[in-house]
Design a protein around this ligand. Structure first.
Ligand code: WT7
Length: 702
């Protein structure tokens, strides 16, 4: 039996302690049709972005923008590791995303908004209309809320056009926005608002989620109260109405503090605000992200470097042309949405789809109906969404007449099984896939295939992006030989324009978290001495492709053998009955850790010992007997964050009889209770692995 686990267990396991053995997949090549129209089809790009040309190579991205004043220094490292890109330059991000497109694309759609209810009409927002709305909102922010360049403002909003409009209005004024994901609680929002020092909160009264209108105004009241407890006064709450003609929430307005944005905007209809010319180094926004420990970190992104990087990567990797219809199915409340719904695509005058709701509302055909109706030809989503859509509607894409030229996956390693379904069924075998690896801190992609130039390999993010030079180190800072297929901690040797500037208000933590680990000379002003520590385990194959193993705290070390939870999960997914799988480490007195497997089944499949046995066999045959799980538990669903990530840590806590901690911010806290009951044996034992299973696997262990 498992020992009483120590308190640090759930986080101390490190994924960089493992090796991965997803079987090497075959290459898939980009079709000639895609290559013929691609923005980046010239292999000389590798040369242009070679290390000898660094940092000047990134001029190419910055030249996609319109500068008020050209910069004089491409990269200033005098305060390493606080990197300064395009020093001396001045520009306005909103001008670059809106104003400069008016002459050529004024009547082209910037956004097509799709509300969740399927009978509600689409809303088409042209670049001219976007310009009008952004100006009116900028006026309100400046004249009513009194916001000026450098002030911070927190946005806690759903996926409606008012969110990008408000962001761009901030950017127009040089006001630093801090968007908190709409699905976060009022409390989480309040803590972030306090950290950023926001006096103003912009929110919306309600929004659709899975067929219901949620009362979001109530969250604002909690946010203000929480911020106050944290010592930050929020004196104005600007509330957008989800419906033009009526409130979406019964929660009353607080006179003197709460304002209805729609009313303010119509009072100032047609007002124009000159874009404020900002220093390239001025912060554009903050984006909070969770660290392994402690409070959320406000990643601070600058104007010139960030905008250059997202414009360049949107052009070359997303392959966006102004004639494309691009749908990034992420939430703007995350970095993916900032970079690849708002700033990158708009800088290129793209037409983007904004969808309010959940992917499977009212059924699993919804995304494909939207794609068909709007003529979407670029699609961008996460492995979790791909797995979910595959689970509930594996054949649905075949029923609709959309045609994707390229598709992206982001956020987690994608199992080859899910990748292949995405490629064959969603992409009809003719869409190029980019598996893009990066992080909130990074601004934009770090690893990905260049869609017209590089072959794809399921399960691998691909080579480094142009101008990005990764290195893999072991725990002691020794370089793991390139192409050796050995796992370690992936780092980036060089700074790049999209890298965050600092953690808001905590420069020490920025250095500690990302640079201290592998920096050999803390006084150095040479970028070569400051590798960026990403916190992910990775390995590089002989072809130069990187396989990302996941966070370094998501690792299972079994008897000294390092196993990636993702490869175990991939093995589970080869069992046809299995829809989703999550593997967590559980303490074992003989082997240190062994994997505990949680699976959910496809609809209509009943749990059985036969399925559990199949899963064990799948793991043994695709990986090794050393990876044999302690138990295989069949659960009704996985505990997930509101953004859809499986919370392995919660499962690890349950498996190890630890406290799960606060699970109220999850999408489905009830499932946690169900699973806990199952695992602890008090629930419906037939569907759960009880002590018998432990004994059974224990007896046959290698
Ligand atoms: C972590 C960053 C970047 C946008 C969304 C997530 C994991 C991200 C991939 C990928 C394997 C990936 C990493 C990373 N991750 N993309 N293509 N393959 N893993 O942003 O919340 O900052 O999370 O997501 O573990 O460190 P984030």
């Amino acid at each position: 039996m498992a020992q009483a686990p120590g308190k640090r267990l759930a986080t101390e396991v490190s994924e960089a302690e493992i090796a991965v053995h997803w079987k090497e997949e075959r290459y898939y090549h980009p079709p000639a049709r895609f290559i013929a129209q691609a923005n980046l089809a010239d292999p000389a790009v590798n040369e242009r972005f070679s290390v000898e040309r660094f940092p000047e190579c990134f001029r190419e991205y910055a030249d996609l923008l319109t500068w008020d004043r050209y910069w004089h220094t491409t990269l200033d490292t005098s305060e390493a590791p606080f990197w300064k890109w395009f020093v001396g330059g001045r520009l306005n991000a909103c001008f670059n995303c809106v104003d400069r497109h008016l002459a050529q694309y004024g009547n082209k759609a910037a956004f097509i908004f799709v509300p969740e209810p399927e009978d509600a009409p689409h809303e088409v927002i042209t670049y001219r209309e976007l310009f009008t709305r952004v100006n009116e909102v900028a006026w309100v922010l400046r004249e009513v809320a009194g916001l000026r360049a450098g002030d911070r403002v927190t946005l806690h909003m759903p996926m409606t056009p008012e969110l990008p409009v408000t962001m761009l209005a901030c950017a127009r004024l040089g006001v630093i926005h801090s968007v908190v994901f709409g699905g976060f609680s009022g409390e989480a929002c309040g803590i972030r608002a306090a950290d950023s020092g926001s006096r103003v909160l912009v929110t919306m009264d309600g929004y659709y989620r899975n067929g219901n209108v949620l009362d979001h105004k109530a969250q604002a009241d909690i946010a203000v109260r929480t911020a106050e407890q944290e010592g930050q006064q929020i004196d104005k709450v600007l509330i957008w109405r989800r419906f033009r003609d009526r409130p979406a929430s019964d929660t009353p307005l607080r006179p003197g503090r709460d304002y209805v944005m729609n009313e303010l905007v119509s009072q100032h209809a047609g007002k124009i605000v000159e874009p404020v010319s900002m220093d390239a180094l001025a912060p554009l926004f903050l984006m909070y992200t969770s660290g392994t420990t402690g409070r959320p970190k406000g990643c601070q992104h600058g104007t010139g470097g960030y905008l250059s990087y997202v414009a360049g990567t949107s052009k070359y990797i997303q392959d966006i042309h102004p004639t494309d219809v691009y749908w990034c199915f992420a939430d703007i409340g995350w970095i993916t949405g900032h970079s690849y719904i708002v700033y990158g695509p708009l800088a290129l005058a793209a037409t983007g789809v904004l969808y309010e709701g959940v992917p499977t509302y009212p059924d699993a055909g919804r995304p494909w109906r939207i794609a068909e109706r709007l003529g979407v030809n670029i699609f961008h989503t996460s492995p979790t969404t791909i797995r979910m859509l595959r689970k509930v509607g594996p054949e649905e894409p075949r029923k609709y007449r959309y045609r994707f030229k390229c598709m992206t996956t982001v956020g987690e390693p994608i199992e080859p099984e899910a990748w292949i379904w995405y490629h064959e069924v969603v992409g009809r075998g003719e869409a190029v896939i980019t598996d893009t690896w990066w992080q909130t801190e990074n601004g934009g992609f770090l690893c990905s295939t260049k869609p017209a130039l590089d072959a794809m390999k399921p399960g691998s993010a691909g080579p480094a992006m142009p101008g990005i030079y990764p290195v893999i180190y072991d725990e002691d800072g020794r370089e793991i030989p390139p192409g050796s297929n050995k796992a370690g901690n992936i780092c980036i040797r060089n700074p790049w324009p999209g890298i965050m500037q600092t953690i808001w208000g905590d420069r020490d933590r920025y250095v500690r978290q990302y640079y201290a680990k592998y920096c050999k000379n803390k006084n150095s002003k040479d970028w070569r001495d400051w590798p960026y520590f990403a916190g992910d385990g990775a390995m590089q194959a002989a072809d130069g492709y990187y396989r990302i193993l996941g966070r370094v705290d998501d690792v299972i070390n079994v008897a000294g053998h390092r196993l990636g939870t993702k490869e175990l999960e991939s093995a589970c997914l080869t069992v046809p009955e299995v829809a989703e799988a999550a593997v967590v480490p559980v303490v074992d007195e003989l082997k240190g850790r062994v994997p505990d497997v949680y699976v959910s089944l496809r609809p209509g499949v009943n749990p059985s010992d036969a399925i559990r046995d199949k899963v064990v066999r799948a793991i043994e045959t695709t990986i090794s007997k050393i990876a044999r799980p302690k138990t295989v538990r069949i659960v009704p669903d996985m505990p997930k964050t509101r953004s859809g990530k499986i919370m392995r840590r919660v499962l690890a806590a349950i498996s190890n009889n630890m406290e799960t901690g606060d699970v109220t911010t999850l999408a489905n806290p009830d499932v946690v209770e169900q699973i806990r009951t199952m695992v602890q044996g008090a629930g419906p034992v037939r569907t759960a692995a009880g002590p018998e299973d432990i004994k059974r696997f224990g007896e046959t262990s290698t």
